[in-house]
Design a protein around this ligand. Structure first.
Ligand code: NAD
Length: 253
């Protein structure tokens, strides 16, 4: 039996990259998963792939994580399919920042909405369902950029740092209320997903240059992150809350 057998999970941004890899791994380890994404067709494709190998283990739902109403509706649909909710992975996110003097207020607000407001809304509305189905685990995908400033990354730095500390706030809230619900954050850098592939396409030897900055000498693969999420989602981490795990090949060491 798997490391999250019998558990029920929702993963945001599950149509692509880290979210898709995490959804697949959670199912391989025994969980049923709702894949929530603004890109419904993409989420349906990932769910279909999963269900081909593991029938009825995955469902796709449409969710714009910046919408308070859509969060409530998607959670109702998810709980209807899953029969409850133990695990929430707040993974949906976007990159893109500009030097502070050139940054538009509009882009700043968009990044805060997708990368940070989303995590607040997800935690706020999922907790009601998770309290009814304990134990629970919330895993928030921040970034190394939530811990260390990057050049021209102000909006993204601010949003991801917000995710980092807000995760701890939720951890303390749940613990003080006596819920068996944990909250932790994961901080990747340079993982091979569409965000990076886009960057590589624009530069010569992009991947090699990036790999040289990493003590382990390579960029990360989606499963390098998914295994950390799996650990935090499972009961193996039952004494871990308000913590962060860096997945960065030693870059921040
Ligand atoms: P990705 O672009 O491959 O996937 C992101 C997914 O989020 C997409 O399916 C997209 O449709 C979805 N999404 C975007 N806006 C949304 C919205 N408003 N509502 C719902 N879904 C939305 O990116 P990824 O690399 O897999 O990134 C996943 C998470 O990991 C993000 O939070 C990102 O900031 C973080 N991260 C990634 C890296 C990396 O190197 N790839 C490094 C650090 C942190």
């Amino acid at each position: 039996s798997g490391r999250v057998s019998g558990k029920v999970a929702m993963v945001t941004g599950g149509a692509s990259g880290l979210g898709a890899a995490t959804s697949k791994l959670l199912v391989e380890e025994g969980a049923r998963v709702v894949i929530a994404d603004i890109n419904l067709a993409g989420a349906e494709q990932v769910a279909a792939e999963i269900n081909k190998a593991h029938p009825d283990m995955a469902l796709a739902v449409e969710l714009d994580v910046t919408s308070e109403q859509q969060w409530q509706d998607a959670l109702e649909t998810a709980v209807g399919f899953l029969g409850g909710l133990n695990i929430l992975v707040n993974n949906a996110g976007i990159g893109g920042s500009a030097p502070v003097e050139d940054e538009t207020f509009e882009n700043w607000k968009k990044i805060q909405a997708v990368d940070l407001d989303s995590v607040f809304l997800g935690c706020k509305y999922a907790l009601g369902h998770m309290k009814a189905h304990q134990p629970g685990s919330i895993v928030n995908i921040s970034s190394i950029a939530g811990l260390i400033a990057g050049h021209n990354m102000g909006a993204y730095n601010a949003a991801k740092a917000g995710v980092w500390l807000f995760s701890k706030s939720v951890a303390l809230h749940c613990a003080k209320r006596g819920y068996d619900i944990r909250s932790n954050s994961v901080h990747p850098t340079f993982i091979r997903t569409p965000i990076l592939e886009g960057l590589f396409a624009k530069t010569t030897n992009g991947e090699e240059k990036l790999a040289k900055q990493v003590p382990l000498g390579r960029i990360g693969e989606p499963n390098d992150v998914a295994y950390a999420v799996l650990y935090l989602a499972s009961d193996e981490s039952r004494f871990v809350t308000g913590a962060e795990i860096k997945i960065d090949g030693g870059i921040s060491a």
